[in-house]
Design a protein around this ligand. Sequence first.
Ligand SMILES: Cc1cc2nc3c(=O)[nH]c(=O)nc-3n(C[C@H](O)[C@H](O)[C@H](O)COP(=O)(O)OP(=O)(O)OC[C@H]3O[C@@H](n4cnc5c(N)ncnc54)[C@H](O)[C@@H]3O)c2cc1C
Length: 445
Amino acid sequence: MKLRDVAIGANASMYYRLDFKKIKGVFYPKTERDVILALQFANENDYEVTPKGGGSGLSGACTGGNQERIMLSSLQMKELLTISKDQGYVDVQPGATPDEINELLEPIAMKLWVAPSSRDIATVGGILSTDGGGNDTWVNGTMRDNTYRVRMVLSDGTPITVDQNGVKSENKHVAERLNDMKFSIHDVASSHGTLGFITELRLDIRPIEDEETVGGIVEYENYQEMGIAIAEMIERKSPIRYGETIVMAHDDVRGDLNPPLHILEVPKPYEEELNEIVNLTKLEPTELENMKEVRIKLPKRNPKEGIQMALFEGYGLHDDSLRRMQHSISEIDSLLMDNGLTPFAKYGHAPSKWYLGNNTAAYGIIMHSREIRPSEKTGEQIYEVVMQIVNKCQELGITPKPEHKWPFSDETKKKRLQDLRDVIGAGFNSFILDPECNEVLQTMV
Ligand SMILES: Cc1cc2nc3c(=O)[nH]c(=O)nc-3n(C[C@H](O)[C@H](O)[C@H](O)COP(=O)(O)OP(=O)(O)OC[C@H]3O[C@@H](n4cnc5c(N)ncnc54)[C@H](O)[C@@H]3O)c2cc1C
């Protein structure tokens, strides 16, 4: 494998201009012992460590920035160590993907229910580190909701185990200090590789069950109406099994679509109540599958002129920003257009769930957005617009969804990670928490 392939991985982010000379080694441990040896090498040479799974993370964190560093890959750690059907868990090494785990669970009709679209390439260690989930987090939660226990190695080579009862380690001093700080799986979730290298996870598995569902589309007059309907589904805890929106689509790819529209699937007995909230036009199963395909393919289509890019993928609209969706979207679009970018497509999971930096759950729409990039803009100028969007989101009460683009603006999470690193050491992925982080990322667009 070439160094370029390791460092970039499945990187679909806009951060891919790396200085490869800064990568001083690539390690493929198979066991915890191998991980400790790799860390010893990094410590002796004063190199940073960048944990790497499938490299599909979109925030730039999996690149490791521009520090002299080693890459510590989990791709040779894919073993399924224990399956307990009765107690509903698997113990697994961090480099396995959800698809790989589920293939092994198929004969016992059980499943890991965390399903990001990247489930064929993203590893469970990476998914917990970004707290990922699929379009069904509303039903199945994010990765942290499905993780019972984590084993990880800290920068000085100390292994620790974290579960609902706290931290255990042979290093009693570290365990005591982390327990005093109430260190938990919430801290590991969405830590973007800044705390240590995950070597093992205990994950929830549940039976595969048949359920009769009905599905269809809802067309809305405007964004406001859509936002209010989603807020009501959240309030009523509607059992939406599949909920995807097409918020807008540029004329070049719009075809017969009439956004804003919502593709919904619910258990058959819930259909009547759903119709109290929205006007569902039912579709035959094949038509429904076709609509899901349209949604999946939307971001993959191209404008007739120019190229599309995703400046900032995960807009988390919730509470006020959801109920004022018309205003929220107009403000974002004005900002884009003022900077010469043409809105191209907006779509996303709704209702959906994610966590804020203080570990409270947020519910709303995770809206992805794509724009047509003006050819004359440099990477630095594009990044400037990203920064403006971050500020605008803060003003509008929209939270960037961490696993997608922006772990770095959540001051609560950042402060917590810094406090923890004061106790456990700071050798992992430090650029993320560095005040210079934006300057670093800017050079990588
Ligand atoms: C086409 C596509 C579709 C996607 N769809 C979704 C989606 O539906 N939902 C979603 O949530 N995300 C989605 N993503 C984003 C991405 O897949 C997730 O962020 C994923 O969870 C990252 O997993 P990974 O193994 O690729 O990790 P990487 O990208 O390699 O790393 C991500 C972060 O985790 C850290 N890390 C990795 N392994 C370890 C470890 N063993 N120990 C400690 N830290 C570690 C890295 O340092 C980095 O900070 C998508 C990405 C792509 C390209």
